[in-house]
Design a protein around this ligand. Structure first.
Ligand code: AMP
Length: 402
C-alpha cells in the first residue's frame, strides 16, 4: 500500500510517499513559497540526489499538480500513475474536541475541521485546502486526517480548563488543547518498546524540542497534561514564541506601545523566545556560537530555555509520581547534548542520572543516555510524524475495508 503523507501549510506543502508494508520511504518533497513570485519545488527520490526547481505563477492547485507530475514522472518519479496512491494521510493541526484519534475523512469530518478554523486560523484552512483538492482529484482514494491535538484529548478537565470564568469554555471552547500530539505519541510508542512493556503501563515525560517546543506528561500511555494550551504559544520558551508569560504584559504593552492585535500577535509568536532574548536567532546553534564568544544575552537566552524546560519536567515528575522514562526528540532534543544534559542536571534525588559520555556519543542518534543506576531512563528518540501518519492511515483504511 503506497501512502501519500501530506502536510499542507499556508504557503508550503511537505510530502512523503511511504510503502507502508515495509515502512519504506519512496520519495519526499517540499514545495515552498506557494503564491509568491517564485515557488520552489524540492524533491528527493530515496537513494537519489535532491532536485530543486523554481516556477512562477504557482497557486495551491498548481503546486499539487506539480507534486503529482513529479511523483509520476518516468525518469524521477516513484509511481507509474496517480492511481498507485492507495491512501492519503493528512496532517491536520486542530481537531478541537471533535477528534481524539485519526479518522477517515468524509463530508462531516471536513465540516468539523472547518469549524475548528476559528481556533486554528493559521493552520486549519491550509490543511483543509489539501483535503478538498485531493478528495476532488482522487474521489475513490481514501483520505485520513491525523490531528496534532488528538493525542491530548485524554487530558482531564483539571489540566485543560483555565482558571477563567467557566462560561468562556462553554461559549468559545477556550480551553487547553495541546499540540505536537502525533510526535509525542510516536516517541511514546517507541519508548514503550525500549522499556519492554506495553505503552498502557508506561509513565513518560516526552520533550518535543524543535522550533516549536512542548513537553507532555503521559500516564499509563495517555496524555494527562501538556505544556501547549489553547494555542501553540503556551508553555516552554521556543524559537520565536514566548511560552508562558504573565498575561497582563499583553494589556500593559498594548497601552504603552499602542499596539494593535496583529502587532502583539507578531511580538509573542515571531519576535520572542530564543530570538527575542538573544537578539540573534531562533536557532540554538547560532546562539551557542555567540554565547561561546562571550555574548551575555545569547548565554542568558540558552539559560532561560534550559531553566524553563527543567521546571516543566519537574512539575510533570510531581504530577506523575512514578516516571519510567524521559524522552528527547525533534531538532533540539535530538541534536543538542548541552540542552539535554543541563535540563536534567542535579536531579539524582528524583532518580534521574544522565551518562555524560553516552549523551555525547549518542548525539543525533537513537538510544538510552541514562546510567544503569538511573531509576528513570532517559532516551533520545528521533521523531517521525510522517511515519506515524502513514501508520494511522493504513490502520484506518484497512479497518474500513473489513
Ligand atoms: P525542528 O522544528 O524539529 O526542525 O527543529 C528546528 C530547530 O532545531 C532549529 O531551529 C535548531 O535550533 C535546532 N537544531 C537543528 N539541528 C540542530 C543541530 N544539529 N544541533 C543543535 N540544534 C539543532
Amino acid at each position: 500500500m503506497n501512502i501519500l503523507v501530506l502536510n499542507c501549510g499556508s504557503s508550503s506543502i511537505k510530502y512523503q510517499v511511504i510503502k507502508i508494508e515495509t515502512e519504506t520511504l519512496l520519495a519526499k518533497g517540499l514545495v515552498e513559497r506557494i503564491g509568491a513570485e517564485e515557488t520552489i519545488f524540492n524533491y528527493q527520490k530515496s537513494g537519489s540526489d535532491k532536485i530543486k526547481s523554481v516556477a512562477a505563477g504557482i497557486n495551491y492547485e498548481k503546486a499539487i499538480s506539480g507534486v503529482i507530475a513529479t511523483l509520476t514522472d518516468v525518469k524521477i518519479g516513484v509511481l507509474k500513475s496517480i492511481n498507485e496512491i492507495d491512501a492519503i494521510g493528512h496532517r491536520v493541526v486542530h481537531g478541537g474536541e471533535y477528534f481524539f484519534k485519526s479518522v477517515l475523512i468524509d463530508d462531516l469530518v471536513e465540516k468539523r475541521i472547518e469549524e475548528c478554523i476559528d481556533i486554528a486560523p493559521l493552520h486549519n484552512p491550509a490543511n483543509l485546502q489539501g483535503i478538498k483538492i485531493f478528495r476532488k482529484l482522487l474521489p475513490d482514494t481514501p483520505n485520513v486526517a491525523v490531528f496534532d491535538t488528538a493525542f491530548h484529548q485524554t487530558m482531564p478537565k483539571v489540566s485543560y480548563i483555565y482558571p477563567l470564568p467557566y462560561n468562556l469554555y462553554n461559549k468559545y471552547k477556550i480551553r487547553r488543547y495541546g499540540f505536537h500530539g502525533t510526535s509525542h505519541r510516536y516517541v511514546a510508542e517507541q519508548a514503550a518498546v525500549k522499556l519492554g512493556k506495553p505503552l498502557s503501563r508506561c509513565n513518560l515525560i516526552t520533550c518535543h524540542l524543535g522550533n516549536g517546543c512542548s513537553v507532555t506528561a503521559i500516564q499509563n500511555g495517555i496524555s494527562i497534561d501538556t505544556s501547549m494550551g489553547f494555542t501553540p504559544l503556551e508553555g516552554l520558551m521556543m524559537g520565536t514564541r514566548s511560552g508562558d508569560i504573565d498575561p497582563y504584559i499583553v494589556l500593559y504593552l498594548m497601552e504603552k506601545e499602542d499596539l494593535a492585535i496583529d502587532e502583539v500577535n507578531s511580538l509573542l509568536n515571531k519576535q520572542s523566545g530564543l530570538l527575542g532574548v538573544s537578539g540573534i536567532s531562533n536557532d540554538i546553534r547560532l546562539i551557542w556560537d555567540e554565547a561561546n564568544k562571550g555574548n551575555d544575552q545569547a548565554k542568558l537566552a540558552s539559560e532561560i530555555f534550559i531553566y524553563r524546560l527543567k521546571k516543566y519536567i519537574g512539575s510533570y515528575l510531581a504530577v506523575l509520581g512514578r516516571v519510567d522514562a524521559i524522552v528527547f526528540t525533534a531538532g533540539i532534543g535530538e541534536n543538542d547534548e548541552i540542552i539535554r544534559e543541563k535540563s536534567l542536571a542535579d536531579m539524582e534525588n528524583f532518580g534521574i542520572i544522565v551518562d555524560k559520555n553516552k549523551n555525547t556519543e549518542l548525539n543525533r542518534q537513537e538510544g538510552e543516555i541514562s546510567t544503569p543506576e538511573s531509576k528513570v531512563k532517559v532516551y533520545i528518540i528521533p521523531t517521525n510524524e510522517e511515519l506515524a501518519i502513514a501508520r494511522d492511515t493504513k490502520t484506518i483504511v484497512e479497518n474500513h475495508r473489513t
